[in-house]
Write a protein that binds this ligand. Sequence first.
Ligand code: PLP
Length: 415
Amino acid sequence: MLEAGIRQTAMKIGRLASGIAESPTLVLNEEARCLREQGEAIIHLGIGEPKNKTPINAILASAAKLTSGEVKYAPVDGVLSLKKAIIHYTEESYDRLVEPENVIVTNGAKQSLFNILYSILNNQDEVIVLAPYWVSYPEIIKMCMGRPVIVTPEDGTFIPRLEDVEKALTSYTRAIIVNSPNNPSGAIYPPKLIGSLVELCERRGLFLICDDIYQKLTFDQNRAAPATEFMHKEIEDSSIILVNGVAKIYGMTGFRVGWVVAPRALVRVMANVTAQTTSGVSTVSQAAAEGALNGLQSVVEAIRLQIQNNRDVLLQEMAALRGVRLVPPDGTFYALPDFRAFMPDSEELARFLLRKALVVTVPGREFGAEGHLRLSFSGTAREVKEGIARIRWALDATSPNEIYIGERRMVRDWM
Ligand code: PLP
C-alpha cells in the first residue's frame, strides 16, 4: 500500500523539477565514498574547497553570537553590520561605493545566482552562458523558466570571443553570466573582453552577472579585471550585478554566506524572493562572514599561496603525462586538461580512473567541455602529486606499470 503511494507520488513529480539534470559527479562521489568506507585509498581531485581551517576571526565572531543565546530570525536582506563589511569589501575590491540597500546577503553564492535569475527572468528569456561553465548555471536558469544559451569558443581555448557572444544575442536575451577566474578552466578573461561585455550590456540593456567568487584566488602576476573598471555608470544605475561569497576566498564553504551587489530595485525584489523561500541567512553564519571580512586578510593570501603552490605541483606532474593538453590555470583551484588523446568520453574516463586508480575527477561534459577532466588542486600538494601519478600510471603506457596505492602494489594489465 505504502509502496504504491510512493510510486504514485513519484509519478506526480513536476516537469520543471524532473527536467533538472542529475549530477554524474554525485554518482561518482557516492561510489568514491563507498570505496573509501571499504578502506580504499581514494584521492579526491573532484571537490572544490580549500583545506584551511575556518579563519580565527570568523570562529570568534560566530562563537560570540552563539554564546549570546540570541539566535533569532535575521533581517531578510542581511544583518546591517555584515552589509557594512561587504560595502567595505566592494570599495576595496571594485573601487565603488554602494549603500546598504544595494546589498543582499544570501545562502551562499548559489542562492545569489538563483535569486538574481528568478528576479530578472520571464518565461523563455535567454541567458548567455560562456563555456566552459560552472555546472549549476544552466540548471538554475532552467529552474527560473529561462533558457541557457551556451557560447563555446571555437578555437578550443577557454576564452570566449565577443563575436560569438554577439551572434548568440536575440530579442529574448536578458543576461550574460561571466565567471572569471573561471570554474572549471582556471582561466582569467582578458580585461579587453570584460570591457567589451560591459559595453555590450550597457548598450543593449542586458544584465551582466559577474560571478566573482574566485576573484582573489589568482596566481603569479595575474589579476582578474572586475567589470566595474569599465562601467560608465554607478552600480545603482547600471545593469551590472556583482556576486561574491566567503566560500572560496576564506575556505568557509560550510557557512553558506554569499552576497549580491546590485541596483536597489533588484535587491528589493530579491529580498521578497528570499522572504518567501529561505528567510534571512542564519545570524551565526552572518557573524562568521563578518568576522572573516573584518579580520586579518593574510588568511586569504595564505590560502592563495598554498593553492598556487599546488598549481605548480600539478603543472610539474602533468608535464610528464604525454598526449594531454593543459592550459595552465591562472586562478581558482581547477585545471581542465584535454584527455581526448586517451578517451573521448569524459564520463567513461572519470569512471575508469576511479575504478582503476582510485582517483576522483569530474567529467568535462558537465561543464560543456567533453573530452576534458576537471582536476581540483584545492587539497594538499601530496594529494595532487599522488593523484596525477596514479592517472599517469593508469593511462600512459610509457610509465612504469607498477604503482603502490596505499599499501597495495598494483600492476597495470589493461594495455
Ligand atoms: N559560483 C561558482 C563559479 C562556483 O564554483 C561555486 C561553487 O562551487 C559557487 C558559485 C557557489 O558558491 P557557494 O558555495 O557560496 O554557494
